[in-house]
Design a protein around this ligand. Sequence first.
Ligand code: DX5
Ligand code: ZN
Length: 225
Amino acid sequence: MSGTFEAPIISPSILAADFTKLGDDVRAVANADWIHVDIMDGHFVPNLSFGPDITKQVDGVTNQVLDVHLMIEEPENWVETYAKAGADCIIFHVEAVADENAALDLAQKIRDLGVRAGFSIKPGTPIEPWLDKLNHFDLALVMSVEPGFGGQKFMPEQLDKVRKLRAAIDEAGLDTLIEIDGGISAETIASAAEAGCDAFVAGSAIYKQEDKAAAVEELRRLATI
Ligand code: DX5
Ligand code: ZN
């Protein structure tokens, strides 16, 4: 996957956008590499966001990569729907599938749909069981907040997982991308880049700024090492 993308990849999370003018808020970050689409079902996380219809509408206003983060139960029932809605990368939570084999099967199912496959991991979940399975995934998303809400404080200890992923990916010669999500800002992004992240999700740090494109540029500059 990294063959076609150059780090640092900045992925604004539209969870922090103004939904009454979502199209404008997507176009406002046309200089970003990807668009991060947070799907929440009120069960896997205690919050609701939006679903495939809005994802499809977002896909209709941009050619940017749609980085779809499924914070839902039974993700295996939804990957086809999100592939059809325009997802370029579908990320599911390892905590939402039965076991490691189910995760590998789901990754394959996503790849068979012609979509890049990613897994995400909550702050309390160990990364170790996944380090020898990274060849099954195009992307690993480390959560640096508890999933469910934007605007939370960055958890720096989660960078240990990034370092372990970076070492495993480099040692195996893989091109699996490492993405980080939660509390990424001008204050925290450099530490994530130094730990080895390729892609950076940012919601509030971009959408709470007057000039959103300038915020993207500034984050990219700070993540360039
Ligand atoms: C949290 C979501 C994040 C969120 C990030 O569950 O997965 O993508 O939008 O928001 P900030 O950047 O404000 O922490
Ligand atoms: Zn997210």
